[in-house]
Design a protein around this ligand. Structure first.
Ligand SMILES: NC(=O)c1ccc[n+]([C@@H]2O[C@H](COP(=O)([O-])OP(=O)(O)OC[C@H]3O[C@@H](n4cnc5c(N)ncnc54)[C@H](OP(=O)(O)O)[C@@H]3O)[C@@H](O)[C@H]2O)c1
Length: 516
């Protein structure tokens, strides 16, 4: 008798699609003359308008210190759209429509009078564009100003917690704090003026299609979940490698370093998506509850552990893609004796039933041989090989590699028989490539995330407890490294895969880094 399989519990009740209602809204960009606004935000807003995803009643107000007229800021908008490689369709009519509802207000973010001017302008444009009092504030400013901006907005009557029926939302850029204490202080300052349900802490990695595909791969397919645990997974490697150096941002990087720049946010986001339990739904609360839970389950790194679970590196001169490049200490704006790490590798474990004993190795570095972000699940070996060892040419074992960038896709590595009369075994790959399969270019992460904010969907944004949990993991490492200045840098050449100590970190466990 045929039996009907019970339906899978699918958390994608409404799908992670871009559909959904957006209400009229006014988008106010703090730091409108800055790099992020010009390179990322304005092209993303244009794309949303061009695709008719932004609401029909919409306006943009740029706010920064530099004096500019509306027309000058509109020129900034058209220039940044013209220069952006992220613009998919060049549509003069859509651009003109956006230009016409774009305005600019000049003022210092510390100055009460500037907020009064902003408030007057917002009220005027709210009437003009019928945006119903709905507002989104985007802080594309130095991070030191975020708390101050919220306080001033509150002082000017432009935000208050939980406003209804109009909505007020605040998108807060990375970095969110520079350690656990400052992240807690910033959370508490912001939460004085706006509610948690109004704060959208952005990590643009979560807006990437392939990062969201980790969730679909895991939770929309029945075949992976049964083996996604300590019984079958030997270890996990997460690599976020950049071939670029610091691109003239020496003073920024000196204050930041690789742990604050990449590991506390992007790399731990990836780890949480791989490690989390299936959420009941992709409702923002359910999803973020699970994501935070797994970060909290990461075994705390104590000061005494740091030397055994974390290593650091800094690049010296070398060559990347055939070009000679200087070492970090020779970059403009960098202290010639700097001990800022440009590379770090961590060995973390998750203390729960699913992952107990499975090491998660995370590495990130600048001036690596290539730009690649990848998560590799290394599965355990078959318990018994009925073949003579000599017949196995290149045993690769089973690896499921999720490529996040630049070639987005999924590859399954497994062993196969080489054709011929004898039993010879070689590692082969089965590939899924996003671009080839779907043939469309991705929406930029900013597009996706700004749209989600317009829709009031916080799923792909960080919650206060998530940010703090991630800082709690890296804080002891940062503290230990800041106090131990006796480090021999540089310890890897530009264009190589990092320092020898990183190899030793895995060699101690009888493992090695994947060659990418
Ligand atoms: N750039 C990126 O790709 C990127 C990526 C991820 C995150 N972020 C984050 O996004 C934020 C902005 O980065 P960015 O690279 O765009 O910085 P930026 O180029 O230095 O721009 C800063 C903006 O803030 C304005 N500003 C600064 N102090 C001000 C004040 N007291 N009053 C009024 N305006 C003030 C500047 O206006 P004036 O020029 O008029 O002074 C400028 O528009 C930072 O927190 C950064 O960490 C940036």
């Amino acid at each position: 008798m045929a039996t009907t399989a019970p339906p899978l519990v699918n958390p994608f009740r409404e799908g992670l699609s871009l559909e959904g209602a957006t209400q009229p809204v006014q988008l106010v960009i703090f730091g409108a003359s800055g790099d992020l606004t010009q390179r990322k935000l304005l092209p993303a807003i244009y794309n949303l308008c061009q695709a008719k995803l932004a609401p029909p009643a919409f306006s943009v107000i740029g706010f920064a210190r530099q004096p500019m007229t509306d027309d000058q800021f509109r020129k900034v908008l058209t220039d940044s759209v013209a220069a952006s490689s992220e613009v998919r369709v060049r549509d003069a009519a859509a651009l003109q429509q956006l230009v016409e509802c774009t305005h600019y207000v000049a003022g210092d973010f510390h100055d009460d009078a500037a907020y009064a001017t902003l408030r007057d302008a917002m009220q005027r444009y709210d009437r003009q564009y019928a945006t119903n009092g709905n507002r989104i504030f985007y802080t594309a400013t130095p991070a030191s100003l975020y708390g101050d901006i919220a306080a001033h907005l509150h002082g000017a009557g432009l935000v208050k917690p939980g406003e209804q029926p109009s909505f007020v939302r605040m998108i807060v850029e990375k970095p969110f704090g520079r350690d656990l204490a400052s992240a807690k202080a910033l959370n508490s300052e912001l939460l004085t003026y706006v509610g948690e349900d109004q704060i959208y802490r952005i990590d643009h990695y979560l807006g990437k299609e392939t990062v969201q595909n980790i969730l679909v791969l895991r939770f929309a397919n029945g075949i992976f979940e049964p083996i996604w645990n300590r019984r079958y997974v030997d270890s996990v490697q997460i690599t976020v490698a950049e071939s670029l150096g610091i691109e003239g941002r020496g003073s920024f990087y000196e204050e930041t370093g690789v742990v604050r720049d990449v590991i506390q946010n992007h790399a731990l986001q990836l780890m949480s998506l791989v490690g989390m339990e299936p959420p009941v739904s992709f409702d923002a609360h359910d999803f973020r509850d699970e994501k935070v839970r797994v970060v909290k389950a990461i075994h705390p790194v104590t000061p005494a552990d740091v030397a055994s679970v974390a290593v650091r590196g800094q690049y010296g001169p070398g060559s990347v893609a055939g070009d000679r490049v200087v070492g970090y200490r020779q970059e403009p704006g960098v202290d010639p004796n700097s001990i800022t790490p440009t590379y770090a590798a961590l060995r973390l474990v998750i203390d729960n039933w699913r992952w107990a004993g499975v090491p998660f190795y995370i590495r990130s570095g600048k001036r690596m041989p290539k730009r690649i972000t990848e998560i590799a699940m290394q599965f355990k070996e078959a318990p018994h090989l009925p073949f003579r060892k000599a017949e196995v040419e290149t045993p690769g074992g089973n690896v499921l590699a999720l490529q996040i960038q630049p070639d987005e896709g999924v590859t399954l590595h497994f062993d196969a028989k080489v054709p011929g009369p004898s039993m010879r075994i070689r590692a082969v790959e089965m590939d899924f490539n996003y671009g080839e399969t779907f043939g469309v270019s991705d929406a930029s992460p900013y597009e996706r995330l700004i749209l989600d904010c317009m829709k009031g969907d916080q799923t792909l944004f960080d919650r206060a407890d998530g940010v703090e949990a991630a800082w709690a993991i890296v804080d002891p490492i940062l503290t230990a490294w800041a106090s131990d200045k006796d480090v021999k840098f540089p310890n890897y050449d530009a264009g190589t895969w990092g320092p020898a100590v990183a190899d030793e970190l895995l060699a101690r466990d009888g493992r090695s880094w994947r060659r990418l």
